[in-house]
Structures are given as C-alpha cells and as structure tokens.
Ligand binder design. Structure first.
Ligand code: 9GP
Length: 808
C-alpha cells in the first residue's frame, strides 16, 4: 500500500470511528468517555469480523472438514481487543489514528474487562488452543459456561487475601452474540420409565425440572487469515421468567424462585484449581453445558447431512478437557439411543470414536467422583447409561482377565458408591493423553496404569503450548520488533524460526538491543509496582518471579523461606556480594484453602520486613502483586529474568507459565517436573538452572518412606533460624505461622520443601553468579527465546491434529 492509500484508509477509519462514537454514546467524540471509545472500537471490530465469521460457518456447515469441539468448564480468554486488532492486521493503523486524534490507545484498551472464566492453567490452555486452531485455519470450537461472575478479584488487605466478586459483565460484553434461537432445554431430576413403542423399548423422562441453556457466541479470529471459529458459552435461564399463577395466589417469592434457581447454574465459577468439592451445583453445571453443547452439535450436523447421523464420528471430534465434561460420553449415548433411535452397539461405536480425553492433573484430591445417589437423583437417565457402560466394560474386562476381582473393582466406573469421572472418560474415549512427557508417563505407569494395561493403544502424550501471539507478539511488542528487524517477520507463522536468533548469539550489538528491550519491560513492571504496591524497585535488579495459583505443591513456600534466609545472610553480612534481587509473587488462593492463604500472608509479611529495612541497602525487595490475571500476566512475563518453576517433582502436570516466561527470555529455575524437563531439552543444560529431587525420588519416598524432615531441621542451622522466625514474632508483632511450621516439622513436610531447600539455595547462588556475568546471562536469555518455538500452541494443535483427531 502506498502512502496516499494509507492516508485514505486512515481518514476513513477516523470518520467511521467518529460516527460510531455518536451511535454508541449520543455524544460527539470530544465528550465521549473512554468506555464509549472502547465500545465504539469494539463495534467496529465486530463489524469487520462478522462477515468472515459467517463465511467460515457456511463453509463448516457443508460438513466437508472434520470439526473439533473442546468441551471445557473453563475458558480463560483474557482481553480480546488487542488480539482482534492484531489478527486483523490493523493494530498499527488504529494506534496511529488514535494518537492523531488525541486519544489514549492503551487507556481505551484497558476499558475491556478481563473475563476470569477460568482458574488457571486448564482454562488458559483452552484459550491458547482456540487461538492456535483459528491461526492454523483449523475448524475447532469451544463449548463452556458463561459464568455471570468469573474468578473472584483478589485484593490484599493487611497482608491477607480478600475476595471480591468479579462482575465482568457490568458494562456489557461487546464481543458476544446472544443466540436464543439456538437454545436447548436441559432436564434435571424426575423419573424414567420404559415404554414399548412399536416393539422398541423407549425411555421416557417424566416430572423433570427444565431450564433453558442460551448460547452466547464469541468469534475467535485467526491471525491474519480468513478463519473465524466460535467459542460458545452457555447461560442458564428459566423457561418462564415469572410464575404468574404463584404470583396471583400471593406467593411472591415462589413466583421468582424458579428464575433464580435456574440462573444459579451459570452464576459463578467454582474457584478451585486442582481441587474438587462435590457440590450439587457443580454437577448441574457439568451436565448443563455438556447436554447443551452435544445437542447443538447434533442438530447442526444432521441439518447439513440430510437429517442423518451417518459418518458422525468421521466429521466430529468431541474433546473432553479434564473430567468435568466427562458426561459427554453418556449424554451422546442418550441422544443417539433415545432421540435418534440407534441401538447400543452402534451408539457406543460412534461415541468412543468421537471422544478424546485430556487429563491435566495427577493430584488425587482433584480427581472427580460423584456420589451415586446424587447422580441418580439429578440425572436419572444418564446414571442408567453409566451403569450400563460400566456393566459392559466390566464384562469385557472379565473376559480378558478372568476372575481378577481386584482389577475389576479398581477399574470399575462405579465403585464404593461413587461415579469416578476419570474412569468414565477413559472408557468412553478412543484416546487419553497427558500434557507433558513426564506427566503422560505417570498416567501410564501409576495414575491410570490399570487402564493402560487394558487399552495400551489409547494412551498418548501431547506437550502443552501457549499462544505466541498473545504472550510474545502482543505482550512484548519491543521484542517482536527486535526479532523482526533481526530475522525478518516470517517467524510469526512458524515459531521454530526463532532458532535463527542463534545467529546473533555472539553479537554484542544484538546483545545491547536485547538487554534494552528487557530493561524497558522491567521498567514498565517497576512502574506498575510503584503505583499499585507503593514499592520502589531497581529495574536493574534480578526480577525473580513466581506467578501462578498458590498451592502447596507449587511450593511458593520454598521460595519464601529462601528469601527469609537471604535476608538473614544480608543482616549478618551487609557487604555480602550479590546482585540486587527483586522477588515478585502473584497468584490467587482458593477461598477455602487456609494453608494457601497463610502462604500469601507469609509472603506479604516477609515483604514488609524486607522492604522496610534500610540496612539492606535495597539489595533485596519482595513484592506480592494482587489479582493475578491474564492482563497482569502480560506485563509480568516480558519483565522476568528468572522464572520460578519449583513444584515438587511429579506433581505439576505441565505448567504453561514456564513456557510464557521462556518465550520472553527468562531463565527457568526449576525442578525436573512437568514441561520443565522439555524446556531443559530445548535449551540445553547450560541455559536453565535445575535442582532438586526427581519425580522418581519423590515417588520412592512417598511409597517406601525414609524421609524425616526433622533430621534436616536438626542438621541445618539455616533452616532452624528461618523456621523459628515463622513463629517467634520476627514477621510482625503477634504474627505466627504455626500451621506452616507444623506442616514442615510435625507433619513431615509432605511437599519436600526442607528436603529440597539446600539444593534450591545452591541453585539460587548459581543464578546470582550467572547474572553477575552479563554476557553469559544475555546469551542464556537469547537462547531461551530462540529455542522456545516448540512451546507454541500451534505445535500442540498440530500434534493433536495428527495423533488424536486424525485430521490430515
Ligand atoms: O496443574 C495443571 C498444569 O500443570 C497444566 O499446565 C494445566 C494445563 O494442562 O492444567 C493444570 N491442571 C488444572 O488446572 C486442573 O486439572
């Protein structure tokens, strides 16, 4: 485009935007608030996307290509405006025009709410996979819940986490389209009776409670291509908003009760990450979006397939993201048999061929199981089908392994009065995968070993990935520009091309530019911390960052204890030679997770102690950033020098924050857990700092014993000092962290914090030495960016396509 064409386009943009402002606000541009400016821009974006969206849907409706449907109870999508603009290829233009019109582009974008429709890794992964599928022009859609309130907003008050409702819809959401014409009725409770209709046994559901699932569709626009896939989020509504007969009889509360009971289903996201509490409402949620999603898939499929179900599993993949949507299996069976009139065998063949399942955790407390009575009562027909799936599965098992009662019991979907959702998902899927090599191995050898023996060919491994568009190009524009200037712009379609940066691995001029980018991102984060935490930090210090959900197995505690130890060293020797360090933490604790909340309190108490001690001469700072969410993450990753990935080995399925940090040049300080192992493989041992027990060692201790935390305590005066400080008032008058202290000593340190302490402290020393040699450090950092291509979610999606969905 020549410059006069560009000027014409800009003039057209400005005119349209000005007009749009009038439409959305009734004001002229000069009087329009930032919110209205954002809404005007959002409308323009939607207008440019919707015709491509319609075209993509028309194409898909011809059923020519295989469609993938991700069923997930979480989709942590983050703000979308920047992605849309950049995927449309107009971001620079909008930025330029905004500046010329005297508007604050970043402030306009900040008006968008950040939908917290997920807890962490699981939901964010789904968002990256949708982004990648569209970027690759692959038909893939999301099916989830449109929670009215997303994950709570975290405030830190007097050092403690306080939860505030996340009302992300308060100003409306401009990127969704409500499609009530595609609503689905969901039936709960009631009784099932069988009837013989024309010689066929038919199951009839009576006396049920019905609610309506109404879809809201969000376009997922591909990066600089014509593909627009859909994320469909279901909202629960009553069939009739108002019960007039009750009202007329004076039962005013009853008149609206049904409305609020129905709406409760999509009211709020359960705030547990890697945890499970068997609440009835959660089971209602799980069936709600499964039933609605499956129904629409079938309606759409049949419409474009001469009203027939032939070839369904050749054209449809139903991907179950963790066990929350595991009812997809029985629900598909129900529809195929009760509504489509197919027999059991045929329905089962279709179901298993269509379904695939990804497991995301091996933590026993996160494995879902529902009381039989609850399931039977709420979902009577679904329960009948699960029983039958189980009966047939156990029969097959008995044929293959006769009289093996133990095996039969341990693999039974229904056992000890619970329905085990992972077992259900495995039995009804043709593929089961873990999300990193180690995790998949643990699934095969431990967690699901019994199933692996029965279905060895069903087990796969697909290492997670993250969107390079969101987590590199859009959140680190300066690095993007430097990479473009160095290796050309084509890496945006193939992240493996980042390897070309290795040509600059000994180039001092490139080093300077690379360091300048990192510094600029650190300054951005330092300004944020000055503004929101009122803490001044040195941007030249090591930014050592641990951001993720607060969980015992993720071991923020190990990091915090080490900070306290470093503090003690500095107090003892104020001249200690060390690079100044800023330890940054962020993450939410599940509201009912007392221990995790104590850890937050501990970190903020250490921050108070350290940041207010002038004798440290600013060598050490500690910051806890409140309300970690996708938007904050986008500021944090580009600014990191150190990425703390220090989970107890064998516990973190993969991690994806580790990949986002790496893409932005942070060096991983990590245990050999989850995808850290693949990061080590990708960058080589000299570009990562690893430490600690291996998963095998942890497993061995857990199985056979032999670890006594008290022995470590007694032998190590550093640990003694730090642990005493937890309870002796050092951290604040009257402040005592007895529960943490007890967990480490009295309850034998279940997450091996003390066992790994020494190795961690050594690793931290190594970090300090490396950082003090800037040439080595920058080289390591560049190597991390250059070798991060394998962690693009485009690669993960390509793996799923090839191995699991069999889409060529
Ligand atoms: O804890 C895992 C995390 O390791 C992984 O990266 C992520 C995506 O696969 O899933 C997390 N699991 C959950 O959030 C709950 O199963």
């Amino acid at each position: 485009m020549n410059s006069s064409e560009r000027e014409n386009i800009k003039a057209a943009y400005k005119a349209t935007f000005t007009k749009k402002i009038e439409e959305v606000s009734g004001n002229c541009l000069a009087d329009a608030s930032l919110l209205k400016q954002y809404q005007a821009l959002a409308e323009m974006v939607m207008e440019s996307i919707t015709s491509q969206w319609a075209k993509t849907n028309t194409l898909y409706n011809k059923n020519e290509s295989k469609q993938v449907y991700f069923f997930s109870i979480e989709f942590l999508i983050g703000r979308l405006m920047k992605s849309y603009l950049s995927n449309l290829g107009v971001e620079e233009l909008v930025q330029e025009c905004s500046a010329e019109m005297g508007l604050d582009y970043e402030a306009i974008l900040a008006q968008e709410s950040d939908p917290g429709l997920g807890n962490g890794g699981l939901g964010r992964l789904m968002a990256c996979y949708l982004d990648s599928s569209s970027a690759m022009g692959m038909p893939a859609h999301g099916n989830g819940i449109r929670y009215k309130y997303g994950l709570f907003e975290q405030r830190i008050i007097n050092g403690e986490q306080i939860e505030v409702a996340d009302n992300w819809l308060k100003n409306g959401y401009p990127f969704e389209i409500r499609n009530p014409d595609k609503s689905v009725i969901i039936k709960y409770y009631g009784q099932i009776h069988s009837e013989n209709i024309n010689g066929n046994l038919t199951f009839v559901h009576e006396n049920y409670e019905a609610i309506m699932a109404v879809p809201y569709d969000i376009p997922i626009k591909g990066y600089r291509n014509e593909t627009v896939n859909s994320l469909r989020l279901w909202s629960a509504e009553p069939l009739e908003a108002f019960d007039l007969p009750s009202f007329n009889q004076g039962h005013f509360l009853n008149a609206v009760r049904h409305k609020s009971e129905a709406e409760a289903i999509s009211q709020i996201l359960y705030p547990n990450d890697n945890g499970f509490d068997g609440k009835l409402l959660r089971l209602k949620q799980e069936y709600f979006f499964v039933c609605a999603g499956i129904k629409r898939i079938i309606v759409d499929f049949k419409r474009s397939n001469n009203n027939s179900m032939d070839g369904f599993s050749d054209k449809i993949c139903i991907h179950i993201n963790d066990t929350h949507p595991a009812l997809c299996g029985p629900e598909l069976m129900r529809v195929l048999m009760d509504e489509e009139g197919l027999g059991w065998e045929e329905s089962w063949k279709i179901t298993v061929a269509a379904m695939s399942f990804t497991n995301h955790t091996v933590l026993p407390e996160a494995l879902e199981k529902w009381p039989v009575d609850m399931m039977k009562d709420l979902l009577p027909r679904i329960y009948m089908i699960i029983e039958e799936i189980n009966r047939r599965f156990l029969l097959d098992l008995d044929n293959e392994f006769p009289h093996d009662l133990d095996r039969n019991h341990s693999l039974s979907i229904i056992r000890d009065n619970y329905v085990h959702m992972a077992s259900l998902a495995i039995v009804s899927s043709h593929s089961i995968n873990g999300v990193a090599t180690l995790h998949s191995k643990i699934l095969r050898e431990e967690t699901f070993n019994g199933f692996y023996q029965v279905f060895p060919k069903r087990f796969y491994s697909v290492t997670n990935g993250v969107s390079p568009r969101r987590f590199l190009m859009n959140s680190n524009p300066e690095l993007k520009t430097l990479i473009n200037d160095s290796i050309g712009p084509d890496w945006d379609h193939n992240l493996f091309d980042l390897k070309k940066l290795l040509n600059y691995i000994n180039d001092p001029v490139f080093y300077q530019k690379f360091d300048a980018v990192k510094l600029s991102n650190k300054v951005r984060l330092a300004n944020y911390m000055a503004r929101y935490n009122n803490v001044t930090v040195d941007p030249n210090s090591i930014f050592d960052i641990q951001v993720k959900r607060i969980h015992e197995y993720k071991r923020q505690l190990l990091n915090a204890l080490h900070v306290l130890y470093l503090y003690n060293r500095l107090k003892e020797n104020p001249n200690l030679e060390m690079a100044p360090r800023t330890f940054i933490f962020a993450g939410k604790a599940a509201p009912g997770y007392y221990y995790a909340k104590e850890v937050i309190k501990l970190i903020t108490a250490i921050a108070e102690l350290v940041n207010n001690d002038p004798s440290l001469h600013d060598k050490l700072k500690v910051v806890f950033l409140a309300n970690f969410n996708v938007s904050l993450a986008e500021i944090i990753y580009p600014a990191a020098n150190i990425s703390e990935q220090i989970s107890t080995a064998g516990k973190e399925a993969s991690g994806t924050g580790n990949m986002k940090f790496m893409m932005n040049g942070a060096i991983t300080l990590g245990t050999m857990d989850g995808a850290n192992i693949e990061i080590l493989d990708a960058v080589g041992p000299s570009n990562i700092v690893s430490f600690g027990l291996s998963a095998d060692e942890v497993h061995h201790y857990q199985k056979y014993g032999g670890y006594r935390s008290i022995d470590i305590f007694e032998q190590d005066p550093r640990i003694q000092q730090v642990l005493h400080q937890l309870i002796d008032g050092t951290l604040g008058y009257g402040l005592s962290f007895q529960a943490i202290y007890d967990s480490l000593l009295l309850y034998n340190d279940g997450y091996f914090v003390l066992k790994d302490f020494n190795a961690y402290a050594d690793a931290q020393n190594q970090v300090d030495h490396l950082f003090r040699n800037p040439t080595i450090w920058t080289k390591m950092s560049i190597s991390n960016v250059a070798n991060s291509g394998i962690f693009s979610s485009d690669r993960s999606i390509a793996d799923y396509q090839r191995e699991i969905w069999k889409i060529i």
